[in-house]
Design a protein around this ligand. Structure first.
Ligand code: S3P
Length: 446
């Protein structure tokens, strides 16, 4: 399923201060994994707060196609899984729409089975590199029966009679690659080991442990993580409550900081340390963000964010922080446009292979709206203007990228002239109801 229909141009202009309580949808990473692990586990899982965006619904369909029973009962998603190792051969190719996470994790999960599976997606997903998943899978014995060019969708995989366990060092900071190997390891005899030099989001590890997998993580003094999974174990259905997505909270959070006289609360936001780089960065820039009511829910730290508009100043964001805020650079760049001085962001090579080339898309979007910035090979420098004088008036090309659309609609909320995006329909992939929610706070997006 792709966000069907015609492009939906949208525009935002400056309005009232933002006030109120803003409940953003459930975390996308945890939502995908809830459906995958629930669909694979033995017995019943119940999921509350699932993100009902297109990306996640495509994962639900894929899991149904391999035998999971998934239905919605009231506000809970009820899943009856097949049992580990017992997925069924699907009858048709999968369509993962815009979702790299859905597609790449399922390639690992299904690719280790001795039947063919075909993966397709929209124009954005079809242009993204899949070699990073195919390489470790091939080492495990998975055959690539078809691919478009080098490692592009549509791709057809077929596992051998039995995959081989491997020890794999992930060559780039990628939770998707780490997860794909671990998920292939679930249907592999012996111990599959993944080594990652630095922490990336660890939802796969934590949630697999929660579903009963035998999985161990050792972290060495230099931060390198060694994750070992015993294959072919039993997974058992669980109850999951999905916390609010910090990557979605990022948009009202930045909006409240830059729209004068705003004060909002974002409740129940996931505070996993692999996801909070943006909050740290905005606080370093002078953002008034208070974290309250911190508690543990389903093995994850969550809390409420109280945000007040602030005078931001430009800073250098350490490159090592990139994995903990990789999806947040577009909206951070918008915050930087309204900060006093220069914000320097480094270590951004992975941004080139997201839903769009986000480095280029952000730089073009800022430029067309009057912001002075420099795009490097893997860096971005933004020279801000707190008064936003002369900002806006441009139309941003979103390239089927939800986070580009939302970031620039946030920019329009405080620019001198309105900011337009060529297509807002793609926001349905991760943040259904974005426009309504922002307008309820006081925004003027339409
Ligand atoms: C995700 C991992 C990240 C992130 C994506 C979600 C996940 O991708 O950008 O939005 O749920 O594992 P990479 O692992 O490719 O960095």
């Amino acid at each position: 399923m792709s966000h069907s229909g015609d492009p939906k141009p949208l525009s935002s202009k400056s309005g009232e201060p933002l006030t109120g309580v803003c409940r953003v949808p459930g975390d996308k990473s945890i939502s995908h994994r809830s459906l995958m692990f629930g669909g694979l586990a033995y017995g019943e899982s119940r999921v509350r707060g699932l993100l009902e965006g297109e990306d996640v619904l495509n994962t639900a369909k894929a899991m149904q196609a391999v035998g999971a029973n998934i239905r919605k009962e009231g506000d809970e998603w009820v899943i009856w899984g097949t049992g580990n190792g017992l997925l069924l051969e699907p009858e048709a190719p999968f369509d993962f729409g815009n979702s790299g996470t859905g597609c790449r994790l399922c390639m690992g999960l299904f690719g280790a089975y001795d039947f063919p599976t075909t993966y397709t997606g929209d124009a954005s997903l079809s242009s993204r590199p899949m070699g990073r998943i195919l390489n470790p899978l091939k080492e495990m014995g998975v055959q690539v029966l078809a691919e478009e060019g080098e490692g592009r969708l549509p791709i057809t995989l077929r596992g051998p009679w039995q995959t081989a366990p491997i020890e794999y060092r992930v060559p780039m900071a990628s939770a998707q690659v780490k997860s794909a190997v671990l998920l292939a390891g679930l249907n592999t005899p012996g111990i599959t080991t993944v080594i990652e030099p630095h922490l990336t989001r660890d939802h796969t590890e934590k949630m697999l442990q929660g579903f009963g997998a035998e999985l161990e993580v050792e972290t060495s003094t230099n931060g390198e993580r060694r994750i070992s999974l015993v294959g072919q174990g039993k997974l058992t259905g669980q109850d999951v409550t999905v916390p609010a997505d910090p990557s979605s909270a990022a948009f009202p959070l930045v909006a409240a900081l830059i729209v004068p006289d705003s004060e909002i609360t974002l409740p129940d936001v996931l505070l996993n340390e692999a996801r909070t780089g943006l909050i740290t960065t905005l606080q370093e820039m002078g953002g008034d963000i208070e974290i309250t009511n911190v508690r543990i829910s389903g093995g994850e730290e969550i809390g409420d964010l109280m945000v007040k508009s602030s005078e931001l100043k430009g800073i250098t964001v350490p490159a090592e922080r990139a994995p903990s805020m990789i999806d947040e650079y577009p909206v951070l760049s918008v915050a930087a446009a309204f900060a006093d001085g220069e914000t320097q962001m480094d270590g951004l090579h992975e941004l080139r292979v997201k839903e769009s080339d986000r480095l280029a898309a952000v730089a073009r979007g800022l430029e067309v709206n009057g912001v002075d910035c420099t795009e490097g090979k893997e860096s971005l420098t933004v020279r801000g203007r707190p008064d936003g004088k002369g900002f806006g008036g441009g139309t941003v090309t979103t390239h089927l990228d939800h986070r580009i659309a939302m970031s620039f609609l946030v920019m329009g909320m405080v620019s001198e002239k309105p900011v337009a995006v060529d297509d807002g329909s793609v926001m349905e992939t991760s943040f259904p109801g974005f426009v309504e929610l922002m307008n309820e706070l006081g925004g003027e997006i339409g």
